[in-house]
Write a protein that binds this ligand. Structure first.
Ligand code: LRH
Ligand code: MN
Length: 396
C-alpha cells in the first residue's frame, strides 16, 4: 500500500481514529447509479448524442456494472419506467444480477405522457388520475419482479399561473391518489416521495419542498419517507439542516445526489459544492445510511467517467465525514467554542482521504484510481465500436 496511505494512517491513528471502523464503513457504502444517467440527456436547447451510448436497458446495465467494477461501491442500479420497460422482467433481473449488481429503486414516470400536461395524481380529471395510479400500481409489480424494495416518486405536477387550479383541491387529489397506491404497497417495498421547488411548473409545484413531502408521508404511513434531491431547493437553502430534520423524524428515505450552481443543473455530485456534500454526510454519520442514489444528466461530459467520478466524490465525502473527531466536536459545542467546533469539521474536511479510499477500493477488488483505470481500459472505445449500430436488435 502506498506511502501516502501509511503516512495518513499513522497521523489518524495518532489522533485516535479507529481506522478499521472507518475502512469498514467505507467498504459498506453502496451507491445506486441511475440507468438514465448513461443514456441520452440534454436540455430544452439540445441533446448531444454521444457515440458509444447504450442503446437499451441491458447496455445501460453493462455501463453501471463497469462503474461498479472500477469503484466497488456502485452495486445497485435504479430504473425508470417506461424508459427501462422490457417484455421479460425476470430476464432483466437476471442480467442485472449476472453482472454483480442488484436492482435499486423503481421510478414511475408521471411527467411525460401527453395526458399529464395539467398534472398526474393531482390532475383535475379523475380519468387522468386513474391512469397515473394504474401506472404506479404497475410499477409495484415491476419492482416485485425485479426484487426492488422502493418506489421512488417524483411528480412534475403543478401550475404555471395563479388561478389555473385550486391548490387545496390539488392537494386533496394527491393524497387520495397516493392512498390508493400506498394501500397496495407490497411488503418489503417502501415509498420515497421526492420534492422539487419548481420546473416544469413555474407558479406552484404540488410537492415543492420537504414540508409538503413530509406531511404527505405522515398522512400515508410508516413506509412513506422523503427523498432529498440536492438540486431541488431554492438558492441559499441549508440542505444539511433539512437532512438532519428528516433523519430526526425517521422520515429520511434517500437521496438523489448531484450538484448545481443555479437551478436543477444535475451536474456531477461534489463538483460545485463539495463542502455541502461533506456536511450532509456529517449529519448522516453515526446512523444507518438511507438509500444513496445518483440522479444526474451528463449532457456534454463522458457519461461513464462522470458516474465514476461521482461515486469517487461520494466515497471521499463520506470518508472525510467518518474522520470527524466527534468527542472534540461535542466538547467544543457544549463549551460554546464557536470556531472550535467549526475547526474540528475543517480538520476532517481538509484531510486528503484519497489514499484511504484507494486502499478500501483495492480491498473490494476494485481500482485504486478508477478514473485512470477507466481511461487506460479502452472501455469507451470498445463500447463505441460495439454500439456503432443504432439498435442491438437483441432483447428488450
Ligand atoms: C426531476 C428528477 C426526478 C427524476 C428525474 C430524472 O428533476 O430529479 O428524480 O425522475 O429527475
Ligand atoms: Mn431526482
Amino acid at each position: 500500500m502506498s506511502d501516502a496511505y501509511h503516512a495518513l494512517a499513522a497521523r489518524l491513528t495518532d489522533r485516535g481514529v479507529d481506522l478499521d471502523a472507518v475502512e469498514r464503513g467505507l467498504s459498506e457504502l453502496v451507491v445506486e447509479t441511475p440507468s438514465w444517467g448513461y443514456g441520452d440527456s440534454g436540455t430544452r436547447f439540445a441533446t448531444f448524442a454521444q457515440p458509444g451510448r447504450p442503446r437499451d436497458v441491458f447496455e445501460r446495465v453493462d455501463d453501471a456494472a463497469e462503474v461498479h467494477r472500477l469503484t466497488g461501491t456502485a452495486g445497485a442500479v435504479a430504473f425508470h419506467f417506461p424508459w427501462d420497460a422490457v417484455e421479460d422482467y425476470p430476464e432483466l433481473r437476471e442480467s442485472v444480477e449476472a453482472c454483480g449488481l442488484r436492482v435499486g429503486a423503481v421510478n414511475p414516470n408521471l411527467f411525460q405522457a401527453p395526458e399529464y400536461k395539467l398534472g398526474s395524481l393531482c390532475h383535475p380529471d379523475a380519468a387522468v388520475r386513474d391512469t397515473a395510479v394504474a401506472h404506479m400500481l404497475e410499477c409495484l409489480e415491476i419492482a416485485t419482479a425485479l426484487g426492488s424494495s422502493a418506489q421512488s416518486l417524483w411528480l412534475a405536477d403543478g401550475t404555471n399561473y395563479p388561478g389555473q387550479d385550486d391548490m387545496r383541491a390539488r392537494r386533496g387529489r394527491l393524497h387520495d391518489s397516493l392512498r390508493r397506491v400506498y394501500a397496495e404497497l407490497p411488503d418489503g417495498q417502501e415509498l420515497l416521495v421526492e420534492y422539487k421547488l419548481f420546473e416544469p411548473a413555474f407558479y406552484a409545484t404540488d410537492l415543492a419542498d420537504w414540508g409538503s413531502a413530509l406531511l404527505t408521508c405522515l398522512k400515508l404511513g410508516e413506509r412513506a419517507r422523503v427523498l432529498v434531491d440536492l438540486g431541488h431547493h431554492a438558492q441559499g437553502v441549508n440542505v444539511e439542516q433539512i437532512v438532519t430534520l428528516l433523519a430526526d423524524e425517521g422520515r429520511l428515505g434517500g437521496f438523489h445526489f448531484n450538484n448545481r450552481k443555479y437551478a436543477d443543473d444535475d451536474l456531477v455530485v461534489g463538483s460545485v459544492n463539495p463542502f455541502e456534500l461533506f456536511l450532509i454526510f456529517c449529519e448522516l454519520a453515526g446512523g444507518p445510511l438511507p438509500r444513496l442514489t445518483i440522479d444526474q444528466s451528463h449532457n456534454v461530459e463522458a457519461k461513464v467517467e462522470a458516474m465514476v467520478l461521482s461515486v469517487v466524490n461520494l466515497q471521499e465525502a463520506y470518508a472525510k465525514a467518518l474522520l470527524v473527531d466527534a468527542p472534540a466536536l461535542r466538547d467544543a459545542q457544549l463549551a460554546g467554542d464557536v470556531l472550535g467546533g467549526h475547526e474540528v469539521l475543517l480538520d476532517a474536511y481538509r484531510t486528503d482521504v484519497r489514499p484511504l479510499c484507494a486502499r478500501v477500493r483495492a480491498g473490494l477488488g476494485a481500482e485504486e484510481d478508477p478514473i485512470a483505470a477507466l481511461r487506460g481500459s479502452g472501455y469507451a472505445r470498445r463500447v463505441q465500436a460495439e454500439r456503432a449500430t443504432e439498435t442491438t436488435g437483441l432483447r428488450g
